[in-house]
Ligand binder design. Structure first.
Ligand code: AMP
Ligand code: ZN
Length: 126
């Protein structure tokens, strides 16, 4: 098991902690020991899912040495899930990865999440 570091906790008031715990329903894409992946409720693109660590890390601004392995595994998982969800292969297809961080970064839910978006254009946004 990777060490989760000082943020190894679940915030009872956090929307994405509740989704990870199954207290709020979601359309699950993938789950393993440390990562939960589900469809965005307001998709911007034909494929739009969110990848979250099961531990409550508030944002990418909170990432440090303890999170290197976890973040690396999440990034390495993104292309596999993107293809499984219907993104066409690189280079004609591909996908976009976004991590909104803080107010000026456009972050609304304060549990670190990676947006993965793809599929035929036009998209609703972006
Ligand atoms: P951000 O602005 O990066 O914090 O993005 C938060 C994302 O979470 C938005 O794209 C929302 O559509 C999405 N979202 C909010 N509530 C839910 C929910 N209950 N299930 C799935 N996605 C959600
Ligand atoms: Zn959380």
């Amino acid at each position: 098991m990777p060490t989760a570091g000082p943020s190894a906790a679940h915030d009872p008031n956090c929307l994405f902690c509740k989704i990870v715990a199954g207290k709020i329903p979601s359309k699950k894409v993938h789950e393993d020991e440390e990562v939960f992946v589900f469809h965005d409720i307001h998709p911007w693109a034909p494929v739009h899912f969110l990848m979250v660590p099961k531990v409550h890390v508030p944002s990418l601004a909170h990432a440090g040495p303890d999170h290197v392995g976890l973040l690396g595994r999440m990034m390495a998982l993104a292309p596999k899930l993107a293809l499984e969800q219907g993104c066409r292969p690189y280079p004609e297809g591909g996908f976009r990865v976004v991590v909104n961080t803080g107010a000026e970064g456009g972050q609304e839910v304060h549990h670190l999440h990676i947006h993965v978006m793809g599929g035929p254009r036009p998209w609703l946004k972006g």
